[in-house]
Ligand binder design. Sequence first.
Ligand code: AP5
Length: 236
Amino acid sequence: MADVTADGGGADVLRGQGCAVILLGPPGAGKGTQAQRIAQRYLLPHLSTGDMFRDHIQRGTDLGRKAKPLMERGELVPDAIVLGMVEDRISQPDCERGFVFDGFPRTIQQADDLEGICKRHKLGFTIVLYLVVNPELLVRRLTGRRICKASGHIYNVYERPPKREGFCDLDGSELIHRADDSEAVIGERLSAYDRQTQPLVEYYKLRGLLSSVDAMAEADTVTKSIVGILDGAKAF
Ligand code: AP5
């Protein structure tokens, strides 16, 4: 197995062909954690629609004002808003050779539109990594999550605590607790996932694009499984 921590260690494999990597799974499955690592290894931009919305909210844009109350309740933002924001982002030059999506697509409509986007970008292939986690683990992962305000690095007070409580190991910045990581909102996010996003598992299975990954294992083990799938992608 190649060194899974090496920056750019697999760049030729995916960028050479142009690839859309999609991380699919419920809230707390580890999409953000794994997307950061994949993006670093394969030199592809990490596109988190949740992070994009949080950035709009922080900057007080119109889009942020529309998304904020929905996100606070744990509901999905309407497809038209999401798709406009995604189209803008992937028209940037860094997305020409592909991207790693975390939190998108989340509805059948979004998946249909993404298919068109990939054709327009002439990407060689799409891989959907479905992170499978026992539902009981998700609440614990989400309530324990802390995120570095500056770098976005993800911690967990139960599983991967920082060395100094409340501060990032990498740059000493403050760690934040997401507003929607309260138990009340988590319940609604999980039910929105079941209703609107889970059907994508079948959607991508039927298209032969889905690879399931046991995401209950320790994060480094999950990364190794994913790298095994992506490094073998030439054979797809
Ligand atoms: P978003 O920000 O996308 O949140 P989410 O999908 O609910 O996913 P999370 O970020 O909560 O979890 P994750 O799977 O990334 O887990 P993580 O790696 O952090 O969306 C937020 C909101 O924005 C939505 O509710 C919606 O309103 C809106 N939105 C966004 N995109 C949209 C779209 N396309 N359409 C419509 N609306 C949209 O890990 C979680 C914790 O577990 C961490 O503490 C981590 O350290 C720990 N952990 C991770 N992996 C492991 C492991 N293997 N073992 C132990 N602990 C682990």
